[in-house]
Design a protein around this ligand. Sequence first.
Ligand SMILES: [Zn+2]
Ligand SMILES: [Zn+2]
Length: 434
Amino acid sequence: MATDQIPALPQAFAPNTDSVFSDLSGFFSMDTNVPGLSKVILNKLNMKDYGEYRAAVEGKPKGISFRNYKEMFQKMEETFKFCTGCNALPEHLGEGQTLKRCIKCLNVYYCTKECQKNDWPLHKKVCKTLRLVAIDRLVEWLMFLGNLPFPTDKWTKPTSEVRCWDDWLSMQTDLSTRLDSILTSSNMETLWKNVSRPRPEDTDLRQSLWRIQSEFLSRVLTVGMAIQQFGLDPYAKPLTIHIIGASHNETMGARLTDYDELNRMFPGHQGVEVVMVGPEVVDGPIMRPPLKAFGPRQRVFMSAHKDLYHQFWEDLVEREEAARPDLVVGFHPGFHANQGLIEGWLPTLLLLRDYNIPTLFTVFNEYELKYSLQILLELEVNIQDSGANAFSSQKPEQVQSSPNTQPVYCSSHFIRFQGLLPRDQSEEPPAEAY
Ligand SMILES: [Zn+2]
Ligand SMILES: [Zn+2]
């Protein structure tokens, strides 16, 4: 099929300033990089358009179905098949021509030797990291099969002394046994039997398992870090924590035990409630009403509510159907990305500021940090701290449609703020003296 025959994007893909769905803007940036790629992805997932994609992620009928693992992994891989050099999709190629994979990373494709050669100066900067990404996106499947996250050990150090991953890892005496039992599991075997590449070395797989686990734990440990930095005391009273703008990724397959590491972090606490709120929240076991009264001591109680946060506040918090938060955390709110997302977030940002709620946001990189800070400063939010997150995910994330872009890491940076920026006294007009 020639380029001009690629069907135009359906209306639903057009820029939409009132969109609150982060995955829609994801589709957009995809098509800006490789025209037609979002369509390819939807086709591979047996879906016609974005509307059907949303229906599927919302768990409505006509969900994604594959006949077997092999087909699923194949279709997943096909969504990565375009020439990294010239953006050609398989249907743009001539008779007998196929896309060939970079043999070093097994992650990116090229239509010709020429394209690969021209692209190498750019690609060589990320090829090593992209090799890890290609392993991780397959190993990640074990998350859905229950092999990951693996169980963790009791904390043997006081919470204040666990300041980074090395501190945390030093308390995991049984780590290699745990990783090895996943390596020898039948799911791991099934995985490599069904994909179109050889099984990596065990060392590579162990590291991949850790990177995926670190992404999962990064969220819990970041929340725990925020509790400490805001000086909240989970031993003095029960804490209510709202995770806002909770995405499809964060809530798909979410379990009631996902924040249990907080029990290890603050043993004997008075009870912690974690409420996930966002328009993309996926139905599942955590979908239950938030607590009106205090939850059980020494336990983490999880619940979820599908709506924009300011709406949740109006409907539940103001009517005392849900407790006021002691802390609000947002992973990658993404409001720096476009006007639509800023507008969606604005009522929430003003609400957090005006109710003086201790808030922590995480972002993917320094660029996002810079622009998010700018937006918050314009809103005269009182920023207390920002910078690199010691509990950043260790798993590199590839921009699927632009593989040579430097990979990013979930929650790599944070912004901590509370209330309104204090007015600088010197800017006040001098008071009249009588
Ligand atoms: Zn090419
Ligand atoms: Zn490569």
